[in-house]
Design a binder for this molecule. Structure first.
Ligand SMILES: NC(=O)c1ccc[n+]([C@@H]2O[C@H](COP(=O)([O-])OP(=O)(O)OC[C@H]3O[C@@H](n4cnc5c(N)ncnc54)[C@H](OP(=O)(O)O)[C@@H]3O)[C@@H](O)[C@H]2O)c1
Length: 270
């Protein structure tokens, strides 16, 4: 049976994708922190659905989750990286990492590279990462964890830029596998906008919720690219393919970020 693993699958676009793949007969694992939402998904879906509670902002929990997933699912056909949590004010995790950097980028780095084995056993494996599709940037090379002038909502954009570069380095490193990598910027989508917002950002979020497309519309825009990815690396902006041979997807920058990330992870306790 085909398998879909979806971080952030308890809500928003991730949940809509989880429902879509269940409808197609996949077994679906969703990962999030909210046990009620996770259980609601399992209850609504029946035997092919599972929920794994994990705080993916913590490297230790991401690693534990990955070990369990790799043991439980020898083959993964679809990996969706959708967990995010916005903070208007900078915060650090218990491991001392900036929370948005840790969740939006580092957990996606760990999940992408950490599941290459099970992904490679699927006939047409695909990873969907909600990056910036070339629309965000530049990288703050001297301040990846946003210590100075924390940009509020811009922190998500910075994480999305890092995810674009993750897609570039991933497809270079794993070029001998069948895995295809899709970077998607869905535009404004009326979801839960999980996060802790100050007054101004909260008002902006309410506006976005009132004007955004539905999660189902966002899924309809990206699904054709997941079903038949046109290239090893594909970037999609609101259903439109974006070229990846531009400066936004610079392989040298991608290599640099990959090296920095490996060093950072090597310095964390196992
Ligand atoms: N919505 C938009 O307008 C928009 C625009 C551009 C890009 N995107 C991108 O699209 C993707 C999906 O966004 P969305 O709006 O659909 O999401 P959302 O409704 O805000 O839901 C976020 C998901 O992340 C999970 N999550 C949050 N913190 C977590 C943590 N520490 N550990 C594990 N899971 C965690 C939540 O699960 P729990 O509640 O169970 O913890 C939830 O399932 C994101 O990458 C987002 O940046 C969205």
């Amino acid at each position: 049976m085909a398998t879909a693993v979806i971080t952030g699958g308890t809500d928003g676009i991730g949940r809509a994708l989880a429902d879509t793949y269940l409808g197609r007969g996949h077994q679906v694992l969703v990962i999030g922190r909210d046990r009620e939402k996770g259980q609601a998904f399992v209850d609504a879906a029946g035997g092919r659905a599972r929920f794994l509670p994990a705080d993916l902002a913590l490297v230790g929990e991401s690693r534990r989750a990955l070990a369990w997933i790799a043991e439980t699912y020898p083959r993964i056909d679809v990996l969706v990286l959708g967990a995010r949590f916005h903070r208007s004010t900078r915060a650090e995790t218990a491991e001392g990492l900036e929370s948005n950097f840790a969740l939006y980028y580092l957990s996606r780095f760990l999940f992408s590279h950490g599941l290459v084995g099970p992904l490679s056993r699927a006939p047409h494996p695909v990873v969907l990462n909600f990056g910036g599709a070339g629309q965000t940037g530049p990288v703050r090379w001297d301040d990846l964890q946003l210590r100075r002038n924390y940009p509020g909502t811009g922190a998500l954009g910075h994480g999305a830029k890092l995810c674009d570069l993750l897609g570039v380095s991933f497809t270079r490193i794993h070029r001998d596998t069948p895995i295809r990598y899709v970077l998607n910027h869905p535009g404004v989508v009326a979801t839960s906008f999980a996060g802790e917002y100050d007054r101004v950002a909260a008002a902006q979020v309410e506006l976005l919720k009132a004007t955004g497309k539905t999660a189902e519309q966002a899924v309809a825009q990206i699904l054709p690219y997941l079903d038949d990815p046109p290239a090893r690396l594909t970037a999609v902006l609101e259903g439109r393919r974006v070229p990846t041979d531009t400066g936004s997807f610079d392989p040298a920058e991608a290599d640099r970020l990959h090296r920095i990330t490996q060093e950072l992870l090597a310095g964390l306790p196992r």
